[in-house]
Design a protein around this ligand. Structure first.
Ligand SMILES: Nc1ncnc2c1ncn2[C@@H]1O[C@H](COP(=O)(O)OP(=O)(O)OP(=O)(O)O)[C@@H](O)[C@H]1O
Ligand SMILES: [Mg+2]
Length: 643
């Protein structure tokens, strides 16, 4: 198909927009409502419907075994509206949705502020922005023509007839005309309110339609006009006192009408500000500037700030009344490795960052971020905790570690509320790149360097700095070397996967014969053989199963795999985590010498060169680039196989 021309694109877009545009009278609007009463919505209901329209799935529907392991006892929902942009904060998201749900049902929540509290860079602003973008994508709403607050047209209906109209239309009518519309009705239409023009308006943050934003205000200039608008001084001479034509209802609470009003770093504002915010939610009215009485407002107030501000605010008992009117939703950092990686992939995708990203780079960076956020536990070390939180099985002394993730979580106080932010990590990735401009590539090695430098330079309490450096120089260093060795082994071993499978099959045959005290039938010669204990041991010793422990281990393996295959699962060398680890280590040790010699060699003979080139070729096809292949192999030579 031909690419559309610019003209075509523009025309089609215009046509699509115009088809949604509508203009008529209140009388005509009433007909529209009769046909589809769902066009009448209050702000919270609109946002709730917007979220739900995208669908919900149950966390357990995922076919990732790690997710199943992590969430088996919770019935956590995943909302598609947020799913592609927010990772690892499903609980937070579902609390936000719960707020909108009960607010949509006009529960107490519809008269409370939604307040997101969390550490820097945990996604608070992004969550609110997502809601705002969602509104902008909605079809336009119907509003009274010329109303500075885009009022619901049904406000034009006089009180005494509303019951009747509610019955005829099947909707609730809430709210009153703003002073500007009231004036216009009186002067232009008299009693013929049904002729008042109605139009459609689209939500727009930039045009300040249905989306208002209140930035933290300069404490020396606490002018409430930011919230509720002002009187236009130049018009004060023209009109008499109390004439609504002098009103500029362009405060954030005015323009946020029917949608969202966002308060950034809310508790930096004076209490006076907060009172207007609270009245707006609680009473659904705000004062009009000057002497113009109160104005009805239907908006969903979302505020956010960090924990320190919240604690300070909470400690002041004069704020009690306000505290009672706030629904607090914590937005902690994500603590799942796989999800943290997705965060950086997303940020990079949306940025101008175009360098090559070597395998495991974001993984290592994410590990650092998460380690810094975890609280120590007496039950395991932090790296183990990180893996358990990621839904992985951790093997210790030949057994999968039996530690309950929920219990680990319950032991913590404020895990996820402190540590290193997403922004810090992104800055380190940028720094790593600017240190390697000619390579145009970031890799775990230069990123770790960048982290170390940043930690040294950043203002941090001494013990925090010490802990971070330990993570980087010790824990992550070791972890990465393990990853790297596995990777190089895979690149060295011809058809790694098949070799692993064949070791696995052999192990099973011999272990089964051993356990059942039978013989092993050779697959080729059909000869009956004694189980080869030497071979079994050569695998088991890789994970420190020696002596009498071997019997139990063999029985466990057989029982586990038997149960798995009875459940209909396809059994592979990866099925039983301890055995998988043993097999991988066995493969690694089988090529350790040769990879060391070949990688470190200054000169290689023909056979060695061939092997080396094949290994490099494999790494390249596994996602490395020319630059990082060199870097990681040099790193391996210096660190992995020290002489
Ligand atoms: N769990 C997450 N899932 C997806 N993206 C995230 C997550 N946490 C943080 N981010 C991303 O990190 C960046 C910083 O987030 P954001 O600016 O929303 O944080 P914030 O909580 O508002 O921080 P601050 O308190 O400094 O204002 C954004 O690009 C955001 O999308
Ligand atoms: Mg923010």
């Amino acid at each position: 198909m031909d690419k559309p021309s610019f003209e075509q694109l523009i025309k089609e877009d215009r046509a699509a927009r115009e088809s949604k545009r509508w203009r008529g009278t209140l009388l005509e609007y009433l007909e529209l409502v009769r046909q589809d009463p769902s066009i009448v919505k209050l702000a919270h209901g609109r946002i709730f419907d917007m979220i739900m329209r995208h669908g919900v799935i149950d966390m357990m529907e995922s076919d990732d075994p790690r997710v199943k392991r992590l969430y088996k006892d919770e019935s956590l929902k995943v909302y598609n509206f947020f799913r592609d942009e927010f990772f690892g904060i499903e609980k937070t998201v579902s609390q936000i949705v719960r707020y909108f749900h009960s607010a949509a049902l006009k529960g107490e929540e519809s008269r409370q502020v939604l307040y997101l509290m969390g550490p820097v860079g945990s996604g608070k602003s992004s969550l609110v922005e997502k809601l705002q973008r969602g509104l902008e994508d909605l079809d336009p709403i119907y509003a009274i023509d010329g109303c500075p607050m885009f009022e619901e047209p049904l406000h034009l209906l006089p009180r005494h007839l509303r019951k009747e109209f509610e019955k005829m239309l099947g909707v609730n009518i809430e709210g009153d005309l703003c002073p500007v519309c009231r004036y216009r009705l009186k002067t232009e239409f008299g009693t013929r309110y049904e002729e008042f023009p109605i139009v459609t308006r689209s939500f727009s943050k930039r045009n300040r339609v249905g989306i208002g934003v209140v930035p933290p205000v300069d404490p020396n200039n606490q002018d409430t006009s930011v919230l509720i608008g002002s009187e236009d001084i130049s018009k004060l001479d023209l009109y008499s006192e109390g004439d609504p034509r002098v009103l500029d209802l362009n405060g954030a609470l005015n323009v946020g009408s029917r949608g969202i009003c966002e308060f950034i770093e809310v508790f930096k504002n004076e209490t006076e500000y907060l009172h207007a915010m609270i009245t707006a939610t609680q009473e659904k009215v705000i004062p009009a500037p000057g002497r113009h009485g109160m104005v009805y407002v239907d908006t969903c107030i979302v505020a956010h700030s960090n924990e320190a501000e919240w604690q300070k605010f909470k400690a002041d008992h004069t704020n009690e009344a306000i505290l009672d009117r706030i629904v607090v939703v914590k937005v902690p950092y994500n603590l799942r490795l796989s999800e943290e990686v997705k965060i950086y992939e997303k940020i990079i995708r949306h940025s101008d960052f175009h360098a090559h990203v070597a395998p495991h780079t974001l993984e290592v960076a994410s590990m650092f971020a998460i380690l810094s956020r975890l609280e120590p536990s007496a039950k395991c070390d932090l790296m183990t905790k990180l893996k358990l939180y990621n839904g992985e099985e951790v093997v210790e002394k030949g057994k999968t570690k039996k530690l309950d993730v929920h219990e680990l979580r319950d032991d913590t106080k404020r895990e996820g509320m402190s540590g290193i932010s997403t922004r810090f990590i992104m800055k380190a990735l940028d720094n790593a790149l600017s240190d390697n401009v000619e390579g145009n590539c970031i890799n775990p090695i230069n990123v770790r360097e960048a982290f170390i430098n940043m930690v040294k330079e950043t203002e941090l309490p001494d013990d925090t700095r010490k802990t971070y450096l330990e993570f980087l120089q010790d824990v992550l260093h070791k972890e990465y070397l393990e990853l790297l060795e596995k990777e190089i082994t895979k690149a060295f071993v011809y058809s790694y996967q098949e070799q692993a499978e064949s070791l696995f099959q052999n192990y099973l045959d011999h272990a089964e014969a051993f356990v059942n005290k039978t013989k092993v039938k050779d697959r080729n010669t059909k000869e009956e053989l004694q189980p080869d204990e030497g071979f079994l041991k050569s695998i088991e010793e890789q994970i420190a199963i020696i002596g009498s422990a071997a019997d139990g281990f063999r029985q466990e393996v057989i029982a586990y795999l038997w149960a798995a295959s009875r459940r209909g699962e396809r059994v592979s060398y990866k099925s039983y985590e301890p055995l998988k680890e043993a097999i991988e280590k066995r493969l690694m040790s089988s090529v350790r010498d040769i990879s060391r010699i070949i990688t470190k060699a200054r000169t290689r003979d023909e056979e060695q060169s061939e092997k080396y080139d094949a290994m490099v070729g494999n790494l390249l096809s596994n996602g490395y680039c020319r630059s990082c292949v060199d870097v990681v192999l040099k790193y391996a030579a210096n660190n992995l196989w020290k002489d």
